[in-house]
Design a protein around this ligand. Structure first.
Ligand SMILES: Nc1ncnc2c1ncn2[C@@H]1O[C@H](COP(=O)(O)OP(=O)(O)OP(=O)(O)O)[C@@H](O)[C@H]1O
Ligand SMILES: [Mg+2]
Length: 268
């Protein structure tokens, strides 16, 4: 089966407001996808629907061919790991402890700790470069280190798909790249499918096989970065006049915004 996660005509209403309208998506195994779109367009809500954190008003979501609402939570956690925009309050635990929580989905309550767990936790610490921080409390880490600790926890779930909501927010440029390189490595080396929300469109184009554009709760377009990033999309979706060119280093599209639609270009 090529597609790992699919949404069919998903709509979400919250208190009489239609937040998501009839969105269908097909996430193929082994690829990297980024959802882009303006603030408030419904990106987080869509991720919540895809990860069973919110029930669509209509439509369906399936994970590996099974309706996600008919699957036990533990099975979902063994197939899918989700890092939300705001992490829950885990500041007092150590990095190693946090990562060990990722193993819960694989544990049976009557058996206790699996000897394999230690090995897997060590592996996740090594893969995310967290060895020197393993005994530090989460509250003492910098934003970039903290994000890597959470990614390590997600990795300990041994998921087939990793969903991340704005994993680079609040990080400086070198830490943004560090997180995106890590995610990219997990895709290439471990074959984990990646679905993330990114606000930085140039980063989304550089690190993704496909982009999904969400605008006012609808899927505006999806496809390869060169197909999607046109001046028309920037105008329609982000209300900016944009110039799109080619990144000399990797042939991916790269853009800069010239002006806000309807306003004159800023002149010195
Ligand atoms: N629980 C809720 N109750 C009421 N409105 C909600 C709720 N959750 C989301 N919304 C509304 O749905 C819309 C979409 O929100 P969502 O968080 O999905 O947007 P987003 O695209 O992720 O935005 P951002 O880029 O700012 O993170 C917003 O107008 C938001 O106020
Ligand atoms: Mg959001």
């Amino acid at each position: 089966m090529n597609s790992i996660l699919t949404a069919k005509n998903v709509s979400v209403h919250i208190k009489d407001h239609q937040i998501i309208s009839n969105v269908s998506l097909k996430i193929e195994r082994g690829k990297v996808y980024s959802i882009i779109g303006p603030n408030g367009s419904g990106k987080t809500t869509m991720l919540r629907a895809l990860s069973r954190n919110i029930k669509p008003t209509s439509g369906s979501v399936s994970l590996n061919g099974q309706n996600i609402f008919h699957m036990p939570s533990k099975q979902i956690a063994r197939e899918m790991a989700v890092l939300t925009q705001t992490h829950s309050n885990m500041n007092d635990v150590s990095v190693r402890q946090l990562i060990s929580y990722g193993r819960f989905a694989h544990r049976d309550w009557w058996k206790g700790k699996d000897p394999q767990d230690k090995h897997i936790i060590d592996e996740c610490i090594a893969k995310t470069g967290m060895k020197q921080f393993e005994n530090r409390r989460i509250s003492t880490l910098s934003g970039g280190e903290r994000q890597r600790a959470w990614i390590a926890m997600a990795l300990a779930q041994k998921p087939q798909i990793l969903i991340l909501d704005e994993p680079t927010t609040f990080l400086d440029i070198s830490h943004q790249l560090e997180v995106l390189e890590l995610v990219s490595r997990l895709n290439e080396e471990e074959g984990i499918t990646i679905l993330m929300v990114l606000h930085d469109i140039n980063h989304a184009a550089r690190y993704s096989d496909e982009l999904i554009v969400i605008c006012e709760g609808e899927k505006y377009a999806s496809g390869e970065p060169w197909e999607i990033l046109t001046s028309q999309v920037f105008m329609d979706v982000f209300r900016v006049e944009a110039v799109i060119t080619s990144d000399l280093h990797n042939d991916k599209p790269i853009f800069y915004a010239k002006s806000v639609a309807g306003k004159h270009e800023v002149k010195k």
